[in-house]
Design a protein around this ligand. Structure first.
Ligand SMILES: Cc1cc2nc3c(=O)[nH]c(=O)nc-3n(C[C@H](O)[C@H](O)[C@H](O)COP(=O)(O)OP(=O)(O)OC[C@H]3O[C@@H](n4cnc5c(N)ncnc54)[C@H](O)[C@@H]3O)c2cc1C
Length: 376
């Protein structure tokens, strides 16, 4: 049966204005940091630590774990300002966005006390270990296995496209703890694996822009202690799905090319051609709409809801937008475009193909949306 989407209008709280000014003032002081507005590029532990000192890493988490007990909507304001400025947020991004909330939801008290405070200090960074060679979209077909042994689990296999594995401290790895059965989603678990384990090998993979942001990671008889299993063994699929609302709905899903728009506005100033003015109007209208949808989901997350269909829709529309921005801006380039503008555009062109792949491709998202709407 057809089920509707729910995007209730959400207004940012009054505290958001003051917070926004605070973040902007902080960013104004930080010069020379800003590579581009893609959350995945530009990792700086030092920058993450400066943010952490302000209470802006793990800011929604309980104070007893080092958090600031601010709302998801306040976190939204901080993340959108950071992205719009192109700040180097990649180091703490995954731990802050989803690994920490995962531990808050499914982790033991001991795990929360051990892993969360270092994240909020900007000292501990996490990677997502889902994709494997031959297994990206069809996540249920992963083959990395963990076999129960005395005191823990012995892990063998490989993960691929692991962003930041060469810089981070832990991976939350989805592994098979039981052989695959008719119920494809049964028998998977999430383990916390330290990159400092000598039986873990991290090998960089170059992207289109020639950078090594992601990696292939090999596990060769890695012993993961029992106290690094997240949640109940076998509950991995349910837990992974619960991360998706956090992973798919944020402003990082439509702001990755934001600096191109900003630089276009700077470049054309108050004298755009008709063509440029029409394009700017279209881009801004789409941005405003995506932002309202995304804030609405942040509001639902604040209420403890799991708006996975809405999050998938934002990611599908947002990724399509951020991917196409450099393509549609290029034909209206001013004749005398500055070197800075061309460098920003060039950078976006090289990174844009990844926007619609990472975190789930558009085809997969459309399937999720159709299922959420009761259409399949
Ligand atoms: C920059 C970047 C960073 C990444 N970081 C991480 C990370 O940190 N951790 C991690 O685990 N993964 C990461 N990934 C991997 C990403 O999640 C996968 O690339 C993505 O899920 C697609 O999987 P795949 O590459 O195996 O493609 P495939 O699954 O092989 O898909 C190939 C094509 O077939 C289409 N397709 C597949 N199945 C279907 C279907 N059922 N119906 C219709 N079309 C289909 C896909 O849409 C796609 O176009 C990253 C990827 C990128 C590009």
């Amino acid at each position: 049966m057809f089920q509707g989407l729910n995007f209730e209008p959400v207004v940012l709280p009054e505290t958001a204005d003051a917070l926004r000014k605070e973040v902007r003032a902080f960013l104004d002081e930080e010069t020379g940091w800003f590579p581009n507005s893609d959350f995945n590029t530009g990792a700086s532990a030092e920058f993450s630590q400066r943010l952490a000192k302000r209470g802006w890493v793990g800011m929604t988490w309980p104070k007893k774990y080092g958090g600031s007990e601010r709302s998801f909507l306040e976190r939204y304001v901080v993340t959108e300002e950071l992205l719009a400025a192109g700040a180097p947020v990649a180091a703490h991004w995954i731990a802050d966005r989803q690994s920490g909330p995962l531990l808050l939801k499914f982790g033991t008290e001991e795990q929360r006390q051990r892993f969360l405070p270092p994240i909020t200090r900007g000292e501990s960074f996490f990677s997502i270990g889902m994709s494997e060679p031959d297994t990206g979209s069809d996540l249920a077909s992963i083959r990395t296995s963990a076999v129960k042994v005395d005191g823990g689990w012995l892990v063998n296999g490989s993960k691929i496209w692991t962003s930041g594995a060469h810089l981070n401290h832990y991976m939350v790895a989805l592994v098979r703890t039981e052989p695959a059965s008719e119920n494809r989603h049964a028998g998977m678990s999430q383990l916390l694996i330290g990159f400092d384990d000598p039986n873990v090998t991290v090998r960089g993979i170059k992207n289109l822009a020639g950078e090594s942001d992601f990696n292939q990671v090999f596990f060769d008889d890695v012993l993961v202690p029992d106290d690094q299993v997240i949640g109940e063994p076998g509950n991995g699929w349910v837990q992974v799905i619960s991360e998706l609302g956090y992973e798919r709905s944020g402003p990082e899903r439509f702001l990755s090319s934001f600096l191109v728009i900003q630089e276009l506005l700077r470049e054309v100033g108050s004298n755009p051609t008709d063509e440029q003015a029409a394009l700017i109007g279209k881009l801004v209208a789409e941005l405003v709409t995506l932002r309202r949808m995304s804030i609405s989901v942040a509001g639902m997350l604040e209420e403890g809801k799991a708006p996975n269909t809405e999050a998938a829709l934002i990611k599908e529309l947002g990724n399509t937008f951020e991917r196409i921005v450099p393509e549609i801006v290029r034909p209206v380039l001013p004749q005398d475009a500055s070197a800075h503008f061309l460098a920003t555009l060039n950078d976006a062109i090289l990174h844009a193909p990844s926007f619609t792949l990472r975190g789930g491709t558009r085809e997969i998202l459309r399937g999720v949306i159709a299922r959420g709407l009761g259409l399949r």
